[in-house]
Design a binder for this molecule. Structure first.
Ligand code: ATP
Ligand code: MG
Length: 409
């Protein structure tokens, strides 16, 4: 991508109404645009980050046999009424609207009910099971506070996976597969070493659920961890009874702030029973389908990564999610000509700063945007048949021969 051709612009100052670091930095660096509190647009650079995150999640879910779909945002109240969740008393974050011909609709805050209802058409026998179905979908939630940039949106992107099983044992086995897939996903996203699977409250159908919490000072949640971090608990389950349950009653725990980047939940028959999702077993008897649900906050993950790794110069993306691998700057006539040559054929990996600006400004923008490696080809480096590489994370600079640059980069 050529910076001279894009409409995005970096800003010197953070917008006044943006109090969250992730929101301010992503706006300044040209990744997102704020429409209003909790509602953001994703610009070319931001969309590339979102797509990279989606690709990692998609690859890992497809590996364990999941199928991708896209369900609707407009919601028929009927299935939600069966579970009791259309009521504003039960669920206080609904956005609702009306058809011009009369009748209420909801804007999907999540999809347990619609997918359970839909599966009544596709699941009838034990031979149809198990099924693992996921989507990347925009969710709408009328969140009371939306001051955390893209960490808490009123409109946000979620990956939600739903699994359907003939038995609790089958659900348990798949749940364990998802746990493994999730740890690979967070590892690949670059937050593996600061993201923990935590015990969270489960509700009436399961004793515990699990959340994935990334340690982050501005995270809205509090987690408690033992010395070797082998046990991490959410605040709401940090009590004597649960500690005894986990055999950790004599361990020392400390607490820290964290952001919930995902969660997994054994729903069992919570939705399949009230909605009547059944299958005929081997003995020709009707049975209720067992379900699990598994979320990842895609846009929140982007905000967490932005917030977590940023330094005083700007964003610092892990290579796996960065919008581009290289930020290319040419200086002087010969240097610029050589940079053009390098750019040709590498348009997908290189963000080419070919704007009519001073090198200092280009360097500052490369740091603000957080592209992993900056490549500078100048008349001076050309005299030595070389280019200068700078690592965004470490700040280290070194030279490579032009032949090596064209071969290996
Ligand atoms: P939270 O406690 O943060 O409100 P939640 O328990 O309501 O989260 P889920 O309904 O389980 O979250 O949604 C799945 C995932 O979607 C969460 O783990 C989180 O990463 C993300 N998420 C939830 N609400 C938002 C939001 N308002 N903005 C951005 N991401 C969100
Ligand atoms: Mg919530």
């Amino acid at each position: 991508m050529r910076l001279s051709k894009t409409f995005i612009k970096t800003l010197r100052e953070a917008p006044k109404d943006e109090v969250a670091k992730n929101g301010a930095l992503l706006t300044r660096a040209g990744y997102i645009n704020k429409e209003m509190a909790g509602v953001y647009d994703y610009l070319p650079l931001g969309l590339r980050v979102i797509e990279n995150i989606k690709t990692i999640i998609r690859e890992e879910l497809n590996k364990i046999g999941c199928e991708e779909v896209l369900l609707s945002s407009l919601q028929n109240p009927e299935p939600w009424e069966k579970s009791g969740r259309f009521s504003d008393q039960e669920v206080d974050i609904w956005f609702k609207t009306e058809l011009s011909s009369g009748g209420e609709l909801g804007l999907a805050p999540t999809h347990e009910e619609p997918i359970t209802e839909m599966m009544k058409k596709y699941i009838s026998s034990y031979k149809d099971l198990p099924l693992y179905v996921y989507q990347f979908q925009t969710k709408f939630r009328n969140e009371l506070r939306a001051k955390s940039g893209i960490l808490r949106g009123r409109e946000f992107l979620m990956k939600d996976l739903y699994s359907f099983h003939t038995s609790e044992e089958d659900l348990d086995a798949f749940y364990a597969e998802v746990e493994k897939a999730y740890s690979r996903i967070y590892e690949r996203l670059g937050i593996g070493d600061c993201t923990y699977e935590t015990f969270a409250s489960g509700g009436i159908f399961a004793k515990y659920s699990h959340e994935y919490q990334t340690i982050l000072p501005v995270g809205e949640d509090k987690v408690f961890y033992n010395t070797d971090k082998s046990i991490v608990l959410n605040e709401e389950v940090y009590n004597d009874e649960v500690l005894a349950d986990l055999g950790a009653e004599n361990e020392k725990f400390e607490s820290t702030n964290a952001a919930e980047v995902g969660n997994i939940f054994k729903l069992k028959i919570k939705y399949s029973e009230p909605l009547g999702l059944k299958f005929i077993d081997e003995n020709n008897k009707p049975q209720t389908v067992y379900m699990g649900c598994y979320g990842i906050g895609v846009s929140r993950v982007m905000g967490v990564i932005a917030e977590k790794f940023a330094d005083d110069k700007g964003l610092v993306w892990p290579e796996t999610v960065a919008p581009f691998k290289y930020y290319l700057v040419g200086i002087g006539d010969k240097g610029t000509e050589e940079a053009e040559k390098f750019y040709t054929g590498r348009e997908e990996e290189v963000l080419f700063d070919d704007r009519n600006k001073r090198p200092g400004e280009k360097f500052a923008d490369s740091e603000l945007m957080g592209i992993p490696l900056r490549i500078v080809i100048s008349d001076k480096t050309m005299d030595e048949n070389a280019a200068e590489i700078t690592d965004r994370k470490t700040g280290k600079t070194w030279r490579v021969d032009l032949s090596e640059l064209f071969e290996k980069f």
